[in-house]
Design a protein around this ligand. Structure first.
Ligand code: ZN
Ligand code: ZN
Length: 230
């Protein structure tokens, strides 16, 4: 996925949000039955994820690492630094989250030498771990587009004034009033209705007010044009 530098922080913010969600879901599966083991034909017992110290530690660590990535996307304005930390945290967290159910299913349960079958928690834990790993991959493949500065020719703008780091311009957001049919919020990709829409006064892009508030509180800029919000 190649996106412009400006949109990179938005993209990483989105990835971080989904990572935090997947991490939370993973930790919550600890409360669900991970395995049902049968000692004999009458007595069965249910193993929840939190009952074993190993799975508890691995899954909580994995989930927390995934959740931390959202904090990182919130605290840094440098896309490439955010990307590195995002990739490291999600791959590390994803591996820990993945090892947790596999350890139970492939090491602990066979060691009990009883019949056992994985439960709903086991599968959700495994799936959420895969999601965390996949998001790490997505973050890894998200790169800024190389911006080529067009040749200006004679009498064009001199090289010195063409800079990739423009002076910090400012913008503000206003209630959008009317929103055209089918407009989607660039943050959450769902459609925007007039009653909760705000518009950037510089670039004119429409966002959900809730989505925008969350982004601006953290980054202080318009997610689309990157101008500082005053
Ligand atoms: Zn939205
Ligand atoms: Zn804007």
């Amino acid at each position: 996925m190649v996106v412009s530098e400006r949109r990179l922080l938005v993209r990483f913010f989105q990835i971080g949000s989904v990572l935090a969600l997947a991490g939370s879901i993973h930790v919550l599966t600890l409360l669900l039955p991970w395995y049902t083991v049968r000692a004999d034909s009458v007595s069965t017992s249910v193993l929840s994820g939190y009952l074993l110290p190993e799975t508890l530690a691995l899954s909580v660590a994995g989930g927390v690492l995934a959740g931390l990535s959202l904090l990182v996307t919130s605290f840094s304005q440098r896309p490439m630094a955010v990307r590195t930390v995002l990739v490291v945290l999600s791959l590390l967290g994803g591996v820990l989250a993945m090892v947790s159910p596999l350890y139970l299913g492939l090491v602990r349960v066979p060691a009990l030498s009883v019949a056992g079958e994985p439960g709903i928690g086991f599968f959700i834990a495994l799936f959420s771990a895969i999601v965390i790993l996949a998001l790490g991959g997505v973050a890894l493949m998200t790169r800024p587009r190389v911006v080529e500065i067009p040749y200006q020719g004679y009498g064009g703008v001199s090289g010195a004034t063409v800079s990739s780091t423009q002076p910090m311009e400012t913008t503000s957001f206003e209630v959008a009033g009317e929103v055209e049919e089918g407009v989607v919020c660039p943050i959450c990709y769902t459609s925007v209705e007039a009653e909760n829409a705000v518009r950037c006064s510089s670039c004119g892009v429409v966002f959900h007010s809730g989505c925008l508030d969350a982004y601006v509180n953290i980054n202080g800029t318009c997610p689309n044009c990157g101008r500082a919000v005053v």
